[in-house]
Design a protein around this ligand. Structure first.
Ligand code: ZN
Length: 378
């Protein structure tokens, strides 16, 4: 059963429904229960939680099972236990692969031969890679402001690409309509089965006090918390973490609505260097707000300077992330009452996808002067 996150209307699993026909809010798969089983991959160990649909491992590119890395320095500084969930380790270097894998299984189980996605970059790369692996026609609608580095990665997988000049938020809704007409399964940011994929992040974390999540569409936050709730319902963990949604100040529709109360409103002039989370009208905004409100959650927005500083700080820890991932560390610095707490930061994607500065620890040297150059560096 698929259930509307807002009005509770139910839809049978066999129906290709993504949003509610009555209220246009996102749907989600009804809660699953189960046990942790044996197995190597997260998809094996938590297969009970996907019992509504077999996950065909031939379509897998090895997504998930990413490392949790303890940060000694930041933990000492804050008097807490801080871990990084490094999602840049995934096959196309972002967490999106988990959602794409499950949504692709869904598309194939419904008999689709064409898949598509609306993306600022990361999700387009992910869907293109999986589409190529399975041999499906893949259609990618991109924002015209996308960076050249990202187009290069997406193009390598050979999808059909359209750069769309216009409102990225509206493109999401337009694509769902077009998909129905043209027989394309658009597996956008908060597709119910993409959310199911993101549950697996919670399964790999277990029991913690806080989880800090870079938040754009709201899909990742919904997915991670659904995973925690299903684990608690099943007795695998005793308590839920406090969810912390981290947004960029220049585009924070969820934090705005969280503060003001009420529903999500479109941000007029979104502007942040964290392009991967620059969504002016989060399609899962209202559902994400509900998750935050129900779970004692927190919403923190951070400015571009704080994001860049956090990105450099993470590099000092040996992890190079995109600015959109660094919002989690920037948000951590603003939390209160975290002494002695266990905190996981979701690092959503790799820094290699965005334009970067080299820093100033670089100089040029002639081979015959190498001795001298090295001495100067010491
Ligand atoms: Zn509804």
């Amino acid at each position: 059963m698929l259930i509307c996150t807002n009005c509770g209307k139910k839809y049978p699993m066999e129906e290709h429904a993504q949003r509610c026909a009555l209220c246009n809010e996102p749907l989600e798969v009804e809660r699953q229960n189960g046990k942790m089983r044996g197995g190597i991959r997260v998809w094996d160990r938590f297969r009970d939680f996907y019992s509504y649909m077999p996950l065909d491992m031939r379509y897998s590119l090895g997504e998930g099972d990413t490392p949790l890395i303890f940060s000694e320095n930041i933990s000492r500084e804050l008097g807490a236990s801080v871990y990084f969930k490094n999602e840049s380790i995934n096959p196309t270097w972002s967490f999106k692969d988990r959602g794409t894998f499950v949504a692709l299984n869904r598309a194939l189980s419904l008999g689709f031969e064409k898949i598509g996605v609306v993306s600022t970059g990361n999700m387009a790369a992910s869907v293109s890679a999986y589409g190529a692996r399975v041999g499906l026609d893949t259609y990618v609608l991109l924002s015209s402001s996308i960076s050249r580095e990202k187009i290069a990665q997406i193009g390598a997988y050979g999808p059909k690409m359209l750069l769309v000049d216009g409102n990225y938020g509206e493109l999401y809704f337009e694509s769902l309509k077009l998909g129905k007409k043209l027989g394309i399964y658009f597996m956008n940011s908060d597709d119910p089965f993409r959310i199911e994929g993101y549950k697996s992040i919670a399964f790999e974390i277990g029991e913690v006090d806080y989880v800090i999540i870079p938040t754009s569409s709201g899909g990742l936050l919904r997915g991670i918390m659904k995973g925690f709730v299903e684990m608690k319902d099943s007795g695998i963990v005793d308590k839920l973490p406090i969810p912390v949604a981290a947004q960029a100040k220049g585009c924070s529709p969820i934090c705005n609505a969280f503060k003001e109360g009420g529903k999500i409103k479109r941000v007029k002039n979104p502007r942040t260097i964290a392009h991967a989370i620059e969504n002016p009208y989060s399609p899962s905004g209202n559902a994400a707000l509900e998750v935050l409100r129900k779970n004692n959650g927190i919403c923190v927005s951070v400015d571009d300077d704080e994001i860049l500083k956090a990105q450099r700080r993470l590099a000092e820890e040996g992890i190079f992330v995109q600015p959109a991932s660094a919002v989690s560390l920037a948000a951590l610095k603003k939390l209160k009452d975290i002494h002695g707490k266990r905190i996981v930061l979701i690092l959503t994607g790799s820094g290699l996808k965005t334009k970067n500065e080299y820093g100033d620890n670089i100089s040029i040297c002639k081979m015959e002067n190498l001795d001298k150059c090295m001495e100067e560096m010491l």
